[in-house]
Write a protein of this length. Structure first.
Length: 407
C-alpha cells in the first residue's frame, strides 16, 4: 500500500506538470498516459483496501459469534442457578431444619443460598457486559461494511475513469495526419464559441436533471452567495456524485418497517431501498412536512450487491444526513428546505462543503472539503484521494467554461 501510494503521488505530480505545459498532441497523449498509470495504481490500492476491510469484517463476525456463544452459556448457567434458588425457596424453614439435622447446618445452608444469589448477580453482570460488547462489535461491523460499500463504489468509478482515459489515449494515437493537424488547430484555439458554452448541457445523470450550463451556473451562484463556496467547485461535486449513481432516483419506498422498495419503471422489489433504523423515520418526517406522499416520492435504489439506497434529490443526501443540515438550511433559505428542489439541493451541498472548509476557495481546502463530503471522518485515508482529485480536475474544467462565458 505504501509503495503504491508513493507511485500515485509521483504520477499526480506528473499530471499537474503536464497540465501546466502548452498543449500539443504529444503532450495530451503523455498526460493521458500518466492518468492511465495513476488510475491503474489506484485500482490496485483500492483492491488492497477492500481486502483489508473484508478481513476486518470476517474478524468482527468471529467476535460476534464468540460473544453470542458466551451469552448463551451464561444464560444456561443463570437458568440453573435460578432453578436451584426456586427449589430451595419452595422448602419451608421447619422442613429445612428437619432435613439438615441441626442449626449449624441450617446456617451453612443459608450461606449457600447467599452464595447462589451472589452467583446470579455475577452472571447477570457478565451477561450485561457481553451484550454491551456484542453491540459494540456490531457497530464496528456496520462501520466496516459502510467502508466496504464506499470502496466498492470508488473502485467502480476508477474502472470507468481508467476505461475512458485508455479509450481517449488510443483514439489520439490512431489519428491520421490530417486529423492530427485539425486536433493541433483546435488545441491552439483559445476559446470556444461562447454561445455554444452557454448552451452546453450540464447533466446530472443519476437524478435525470438536464439543463444548460449557464442555468446550472446561475443556480450554483445563488447557493454560493449564501455559503461562499465557489460555484465551479459546487457544480463539480454535484456532477461527480450523480454521475456515479446508476440507480439514483429510480425507486419508491414500499414498507417502512423493512425498508423494502420497488423500481419506478419496472416495479421490481429492492430489499435495501432505505435503512429502516437510520433513514425511514427522518424520511417520513421530511415528506410529511413538505406534504409529499412518502410512498410516491423518488429516492435512490440500492446497488444490486451492497449498501442501501434512499438518497434524495439532486444533492443525493440520505434522510438522516439531510436532517443534520435542515435547520441551518432553513435559516439560509427562509423556508422549509426541500431536497427535491434544485435550488434547495444545491444550497444543501454548498452548506455541507462550507462546513468542511470549502469557503477558503484554495485548491487544498476544496480538495479536503470534497474528501470529507465523500468519506466523512475517514477523509484522510489516502485510498479516497481519487475522489478529491477527480472533483478538482472537473472543477478546473468547469471554471474554464465559466470564465469563457465571462463568469
Amino acid at each position: 500500500m505504501e509503495q503504491i501510494q508513493s507511485d500515485i503521488e509521483q504520477y499526480r505530480g506528473e499530471i499537474k506538470d503536464k497540465q501546466k505545459q502548452e498543449k500539443s498532441l504529444s503532450g495530451e497523449i503523455a498526460l493521458l498516459n500518466s492518468k492511465v498509470k495513476k488510475a491503474e495504481l489506484e485500482l490496485s490500492q483500492t483492491a488492497l483496501a477492500l481486502r483489508s476491510t473484508e478481513l476486518s469484517i470476517e474478524s468482527n463476525k468471529l467476535k460476534i459469534e464468540e460473544m453470542s456463544r458466551k451469552i448463551e452459556q451464561e444464560k444456561q448457567v443463570l437458568g440453573a442457578l435460578m432453578q436451584a434458588i426456586y427449589e430451595e425457596d419452595s422448602r419451608g424453614i421447619i422442613e429445612l431444619i428437619m432435613s439438615l439435622g441441626d442449626i449449624s447446618d441450617f446456617v451453612e445452608h443459608q450461606k449457600f443460598l447467599e452464595s447462589l444469589q451472589s452467583s446470579i448477580y455475577t452472571v447477570l453482570n457478565n451477561l450485561q457486559g457481553a451484550k454491551g460488547n456484542l453491540e459494540e462489535e456490531r457497530q464496528i461491523l456496520e462501520e466496516e461494511r459502510e467502508e466496504q460499500n464506499k470502496l466498492k463504489s470508488l473502485q467502480e468509478a476508477q474502472k470507468l475513469s481508467l476505461k475512458s482515459n485508455r479509450k481517449e489515449k488510443d483514439r489520439l494515437l490512431n489519428l491520421t495526419k490530417d486529423e492530427k493537424a485539425e486536433f493541433e488547430r483546435r488545441l491552439a484555439q483559445k476559446e470556444r464559441d461562447i454561445e455554444q458554452i452557454r448552451n452546453q448541457i450540464f447533466l446530472l445523470e443519476g437524478v435525470g436533471i438536464s439543463l444548460p450550463l449557464s442555468k446550472a451556473y446561475e443556480i450554483a451562484k445563488v447557493a454560493a452567495g449564501k455559503t461562499n463556496v465557489r460555484p465551479a467547485f459546487l457544480l463539480a461535486v454535484l456532477k461527480q456524485e450523480s454521475s456515479w449513481g446508476a440507480n439514483v432516483g429510480q425507486c419508491f419506498l414500499v414498507d417502512k418497517e423493512t425498508g423494502m422498495g420497488k423500481g419506478k419503471n419496472t416495479g421490481d422489489p429492492y430489499a435495501r431501498t432505505m435503512k429502516p433504523s437510520r433513514d425511514v423515520a427522518p424520511f417520513l418526517q421530511i415528506t410529511a412536512e413538505l406534504g409529499r406522499d412518502p410512498y410516491n416520492t423518488l429516492v435512490s435504489c440500492p446497488h444490486p450487491d451492497y449498501g442501501y439506497g434512499g438518497a434524495m434529490g439532486p444533492a443525493q443526501f440520505i434522510p438522516s444526513t439531510w436532517m443534520a443540515y435542515r435547520e441551518e438550511l432553513g435559516s439560509l433559505l427562509g423556508h422549509t428546505p426541500d431536497p427535491w428542489d434544485i435550488y434547495d439541493a444545491f444550497t444543501a451541498s454548498a452548506l455541507k462543503l462550507a462546513r468542511n472548509g470549502g469557503t477558503a476557495q484554495t485548491a487544498d481546502s476544496e480538495w479536503k472539503a470534497a474528501m470529507i463530503y465523500y468519506a466523512g471522518s475517514r477523509w484522510n485515508n489516502r485510498v479516497y484521494s481519487f475522489y478529491g482529485d477527480s472533483v478538482m480536475e472537473l472543477a478546473s474544467a468547469i471554471q474554464n467554461e465559466i470564465n469563457a462565458m465571462g463568469g
